[in-house]
Design a protein around this ligand. Structure first.
Ligand code: STX
Length: 315
């Protein structure tokens, strides 16, 4: 089993103005002369967590991580305007251009896998290798499963708390009803909804849940950005032209070395999506972790991801 690399601090942190409205926060850690990798975090709206650096050998990788629009240290906080998948894809290009990198490895789990696929499809020749975990393609059935009906049968206890802010007569479309509250002018309504939404997701991410990861989402700003930005992307169907847009465009990236790592008991992003991707992309290495849920910190997932970052550093 591979384990995390030691905790490290960035050697460089900066802000990049990506539009009239948005500034994003970027950090670099590891070896300034190492092989570049860009890490795409989840949510959307999840922001950087220091543990993300620890999936890469710091002597060999130049690790680039950024807070996507509206979250973490990016500003304005929890902003939904000018915040789409294609804005984020172009932000990745702006970062690459700004720090003069020609090609890099792209690493993304969960929503990070959605964004990594979108980026790779638009900018194939910038991608040296792709590492995906907990596949999420933002299809209607994936949203329905987690936010309307499905995951509710596995976590009825956590589900009760998720339903709580939404009045009974508004529960036939929970994403829409949540969106109304998450965009309410009344900050108390907004925050109550944001916490319930975020805690639902955190409660279902691991095979063995720890209290610690739930507390993270009880922080006002963290819950607010995560819930508002996620819900905004889901209301807008990920800004994709068709429901299966990513799968329909996989052929254009099949030549890129890639790996898919998926937890068998992932309740947030069920394995069906990883399987659908595997079927369309048989050349990509495919690993099912039999004793894992969604989170990238699940031991089997963590180990497999590090095995691949160690391998892909040689590409
Ligand atoms: N959203 C899945 C996702 O990207 C549908 C995600 N879930 N939890 C996370 O990300 C955090 C790791 C940010 C908590």
């Amino acid at each position: 089993m591979k384990d995390l690399y030691p905790n490290i601090e960035p050697f460089n942190e900066f802000q990049l103005n990506v539009s009239d409205l948005h500034t994003i926060h970027i950090e670099e850690s590891g070896n300034p002369k190492g092989k570049p990798v860009i890490f795409l975090h989840g949510g959307p709206g999840g922001g950087i967590e220091p543990v993300y650096r620890q999936y890469f050998n710091p002597e060999k990788w130049r690790i680039i991580i950024f807070d996507q629009r509206g979250c973490g240290k990016s500003t304005p906080h929890a902003e939904l305007q000018e915040n789409t998948t294609w804005d984020l894809v172009e932000d990745i290009e702006k970062i690459r251009d700004y720090i003069s990198i020609d090609q890099w490895v792209v690493f993304g789990g969960s929503w990070g896998s959605t964004l990594a696929l979108s980026y790779a499809i638009k900018h194939q020749n910038r991608c040296k290798g792709l590492i995906f975990r907990g596949i999420f393609m933002l299809r209607e059935k994936e949203i329905r499963w987690f936010y309307q009906e499905g995951a509710s049968y596995i976590y009825p206890d956590a589900w009760e708390k998720y339903l709580e802010p939404i009045p009974k007569f508004k529960r036939n479309n929970l994403v829409k009803s949540y969106y109304e509250q998450l965009t309410d002018e009344n900050i108390n309504i907004r925050l109550k909804a944001a916490k319930a939404w975020s805690i639902w997701e955190a409660s279902t991410s691991k095979l063995f849940q720890s209290e610690k990861s739930l507390h993270h989402f009880e922080i006002d700003d963290i819950a607010d950005a995560f819930a508002r930005i996620e819900c905004h992307y889901f209301i807008n169907k990920g800004f994709f032209k068709t429901d299966e847009w990513l799968l329909e465009n996989i052929n254009s990236i099949r030549q890129i070395p890639a790996v898919i790592v998926q937890g068998r008991y992932d309740v947030v992003c069920p394995m069906q999506s990883a399987w659908d991707l595997h079927r369309k992309w048989p050349e990509a290495d495919f690993h099912i972790i039999q004793d894992a849920g969604h989170s990238m910190t699940e031991p089997g997932i963590r180990s497999k991801l590090i095995e691949y970052t160690d391998k892909f550093v040689e590409l």
